[in-house]
Write a protein that binds this ligand. Structure first.
Ligand SMILES: Nc1ncnc2c1ncn2[C@@H]1O[C@H](COP(=O)(O)OP(=O)(O)OP(=O)(O)O)[C@@H](O)[C@H]1O
Ligand SMILES: [Mg+2]
Length: 462
């Protein structure tokens, strides 16, 4: 029945051709000798080549650089995925995958799919551009966003204002969550560089081996894995603007030496280049460590410390400006009302008292966490933050200070951690209850609400 067999083959081939035409990616099929037998329209669009140019010819006829992935897959009898090639007269960049075709165990050819990445590249360029805009949008904070009327914060704000006009290096020192990043943004936005880029670098997060290439960039082909056209470092990215080096104490001594050189010369040398490039960058560094102590310990270069320390702004911890807490609370409530779609309009006097008696080791960030958590847990009908909405704030400093005049002994033998904790808490509670103070005073000492204290006393009785 040869004619019908032939008819069937024709039918299948036609079906196949139609299917291949439907595929949006470029497809090429080759026979076992590596000659092209079929391409689809998407392939022709991508490569700019016609059927006549390729069909019946070796499958590498279209490749502008390197070998054909189709032929490679036939030769080696295995699949290859996403190899970078250039095809056609335009040398379009494509990702090429190819898989050998076996029929009844016999290798009969190979099918390849090409994915144009010029579009991806265009999109990633666009994304990078958007990111750059986003970064400058992020840098929208001004001095007005730094809240507080306490003497200490006003002094820090004055200092920030005074240094904005000059290009000198600024060192921001403050505990975690005090607003160092906010200050960096504000200084940038008050400076003549406000229209330029603001680039933040988290020195703790940069891979130690890559510090130099991240900061100073590299020339094309400087090392394996590097981008073809090289890459700008953070200094070049920040040219004409501000480079914010956050957590500067986390830099290795080697990185510190490199940084010092750039600060002195105001020029960078890309890895693999011999031509230094001038950069106009204002550096703001931040740390929550005592850098002088780090210098004494040999962890931080003294010369770099002097370089950075031209203008030093100390940002006070929240416990030294507790009078700002009500103002901060109101602004945080507003912010989270908007974020969570809530209508909370106040915080009770008692709740404020609790917040004012706490020492805030995590500073404004911790205050923000506590208030936002309270707001999430409130009933939708509740409009005022009350003590019962607040978690137990244990003021470890005051609390431990008081404990130190009594011995709390808990034997741990044969007990679980939970049992030990419970027993310790019970003994601490008894210790405070024995002080014959009012329940309100005891609750305050423990940094918990009266209600929480009664709950704990109840547990003690059980
Ligand atoms: N004075 C302030 N007024 C209003 N919000 C503030 C103030 N200080 C800090 N914040 C807020 O507290 C949070 C922490 O601030 P920021 O990230 O600037 O602190 P940081 O000092 O950089 O902390 P870390 O050392 O942990 O990085 C942010 O949400 C910030 O908006
Ligand atoms: Mg920070």
């Amino acid at each position: 029945m040869i004619p019908s067999l032939k008819g069937e083959a024709e039918y299948v081939i036609n079906l196949l051709k139609n299917i291949i035409e439907m595929i949006p990616d470029a497809v090429m099929v080759a026979d076992r000798d590596g000659n092209c037998i079929m391409v689809n329209q998407a392939y022709k669009n991508l490569s700019g080549l016609s059927d006549e140019d390729v069909v019946g010819k070796p499958a590498d006829i279209d490749i502008a650089e390197r070998d054909s992935v189709l032929i490679k897959s036939i030769r080696e009898g295995r699949e290859f995925v996403n190899l970078l090639r250039r095809v056609g007269p335009d040398k379009r960049e494509v990702l090429c995958s190819a898989k050998p075709i076996y029929i009844q165990g016999e290798l009969v050819g190979s099918v390849g799919v090409m994915h144009d990445i010029s579009e991806i590249k265009r999109l990633s360029r666009e994304l990078e551009h958007k990111n750059r805009i986003l970064r400058s949008l992020e840098s929208k904070y001004t001095l007005d966003d730094i809240l507080g009327n306490s003497e200490k914060i006003l002094k820090a704000k004055e200092e920030a204002k005074a240094c904005a006009g000059v290009s000198a290096t600024v060192l921001l020192v403050g505990e975690s969550g005090t607003g160092k990043e906010l200050f960096a943004h504000a200084i940038h936005n008050m400076s003549p560089r406000a229209g330029g880029p603001f680039v933040r670098v988290n020195c703790a997060a940069i891979n130690k081996e890559l510090v130099e290439s991240e900061l100073f960039g590299y020339e094309g082909g400087a090392f394996t894995g590097s981008l073809r056209h090289g890459k700008k470092g953070y200094f070049e990215q920040a040219d004409g603007g501000t480079l914010f080096l956050d957590e500067i104490s986390e830099f290795s001594l080697q990185a510190q030496a490199k940084l010092l050189r750039v600060l002195q010369e105001q020029e960078v040398l890309r890895i693999g280049s011999t031509v230094p490039q001038k950069v106009d960058v204002r550096v703001i560094a931040a740390t929550n460590r005592d850098l002088e102590e780090e210098v004494r310990r040999g962890n931080f270069r003294q010369d770099l410390y002097y370089r950075l320390n031209v203008i030093k702004i100390t940002i006070p911890p929240l416990r030294e400006r507790k009078e700002d807490i009500p103002l901060l609370c109101n602004s945080i409530i507003k912010k989270y009302n908007q974020k969570y779609g809530r209508g909370i309009n106040s915080i009770s006097k008692k709740a404020l008292e609790i917040l004012m008696s706490y020492d805030w080791p995590g500073n404004v960030r911790e205050l923000e966490n506590i208030i936002s958590r309270a707001m999430i847990n409130m009933d939708i009908s509740e409009k005022e933050i009350k003590p019962e909405h607040l978690p137990d704030l244990v003021d470890n400093h005051g609390f431990l200070r008081q404990l130190s005049d009594g011995d709390i002994v808990v034997s741990v033998k044969g007990k679980t951690w939970d049992q030990v904790k419970r027993e310790f808490e019970a003994k601490v509670l008894k210790f405070f209850l024995n002080k014959k103070k009012s329940k309100t005073a005891i609750a305050k000492d423990l940094g918990i609400t009266r209600r929480a204290l009664y709950k704990k006393m109840k547990l003690l009785e059980d």
